[in-house]
Design a protein around this ligand. Structure first.
Ligand SMILES: [Zn+2]
Length: 109
């Protein structure tokens, strides 16, 4: 499966690069409360592109298409927008049937 990894550095509405949650993350890093490579978003959703009725038929360890969407809020105009989109392969794990475990995608920290 083709891997998708896109990031968006500026607000699509006003062009500002100042983001609310990213600003809070930088403050936490400055205070030593977070790792330098730590990421946090306003919202981050992950999932598998798979009919729930099919998962019961698939062996543990099966590779399936997966995705992640990360959003933040513009500090200038308040627009909520996607800062990252990722898609790739995820693995079905025994302890997660159902629901699934998040995939190891580029936006994960
Ligand atoms: Zn904006």
């Amino acid at each position: 499966m083709e891997i998708i990894h896109k990031t968006f550095d500026k607000c699509p509405a006003c062009g500002s690069d100042k983001r609310f949650v990213q600003t809070l993350v930088e403050i936490a890093k400055d205070r030593g409360l977070a790792r330098e490579n730590w990421k946090m978003f306003f919202d981050s959703r992950r999932g598998y592109v798979l009919d729930q009725n099919r998962v019961i038929l698939m062996p543990i360890g099966s590779k399936v298409p997966a995705f992640q969407i990360a959003t933040d809020i513009c500090m200038e105009c308040g627009c909520i927008y996607a800062v990252g989109l990722a898609a790739g392969e995820g693995t079905i794990k025994a302890e997660q049937l159902p629901p699934f475990t998040p995939a190891e995608l580029p936006l994960s920290s």
